[in-house]
Write a protein that binds this ligand. Sequence first.
Ligand code: XMP
Length: 326
Amino acid sequence: MAEVRPELMQRITTPELAQRYIDGKIEEIRAQVGDKKVLLALSGGVDSSVVAALLIKAIGQQLVCVHVNHGLLRKGEPEQVIQVFRNEMNANLIYVDATDRFLDKLAGVTDPEQKRMIIGGEFIEVFAEEARKLDGIEFLAQGTIWPDILESEAGIKAHHNAGGLPEDMKFELVEPVRILFKDEVRVVGKELGLPDNMVYRQPFPGPGLGVRCPGAITRDRLEAVRESDAILREEFAKNGLEGKVWQYFTVVPDFKSTGVKDGKRTFDWPCIIRAINTTDVMEVTVEHLSDELIDHLVNRIISEVPGINRVLFDYTPKPPATVEYE
Ligand code: XMP
């Protein structure tokens, strides 16, 4: 039978409503978990960050967060997870730098679906390995939200949070934002004291920068994606576009072209900029940037990012083009 969102539940739009939700959930979590330990895969995305903050409030050190750095995160992300959760919220956080492991497995792999499978599979493996090292974990917390439930019921996508762990690892689930929509999760996150750039961050795919480094991922091209993405985010923030444009990122394709720098021939990659708006991600329109911003972005990226000698802008809507390149 289809699960229903509690009928009389008011949409959480204000700090007061968020606080009431938080207080209620803290009670529920304590009643469910008792003095047992809870494990959480903390990516630093909105949903898992809000779940972490809520659980830290409810059960403190009984929560064990595992942050797996697969080497495909944006610049500064792992550092921010450590800063916010370990240093500021005093969370019990295990940080695993698995960059080499992921990039070694991905070396030479060009097929997009195979890349996704490797990233997803390796993630589960690293997480399971960490979980096995811990004693007395009985619960697994997940950042499942209401649209995940609706989409899996409608058969649109498999519920990505549930399952995946090896058969012998059975945990009871703790899903404290399960009945919330994304905008409500953000209001709750803000009330829990998470920083704005975590609460209002743009969507970011699970396979991370891996899908923005088309074809076989190499460390140097991945670094060019990461650096150009950081410049783009910085410039969007400076120009008041952060939080207004739905999603924006760079892609560095696997081909080179001729250029010239300081009187010498170069043979380097192009960097593609994509900035889009949407409400449902089924149909997407392109954000038109000002001439000044375009010039400035081109200038910064070609002068600051090693390996790039051209900047291109992708002005294609969806359909026909998907948001991501792979
Ligand atoms: P597409 O490329 O399908 O993207 O038009 C639509 C939205 O979904 C995001 N996306 C992903 N998110 N895992 C994710 O968690 C993925 O494999 C994935 N692929 C695409 C994409 O960033 C966009 O917001």
